[in-house]
Design a protein around this ligand. Sequence first.
Ligand code: SF4
Length: 61
Amino acid sequence: MKYFVNENCIGCGLCVETCPEVFVMTDEEVAKAQQCELEEEVDERAREAMEDCPVDAIENA
Ligand code: SF4
């Protein structure tokens, strides 16, 4: 699964806490998703981060 952070991000940092393997904060203080092959356990946390994002800024493909 690949993840993307859209323009709704308010930079709350929750996704970075939940799954730092995928989500990082940028210099603009919003999150971005790093693209890489994800182990199942990491992907589960990335999906959890997507579901928990307060502004639905994380999308997957
Ligand atoms: S949880 Fe959502 S709003 Fe918060 S930093 Fe991540 S993408 Fe942005």
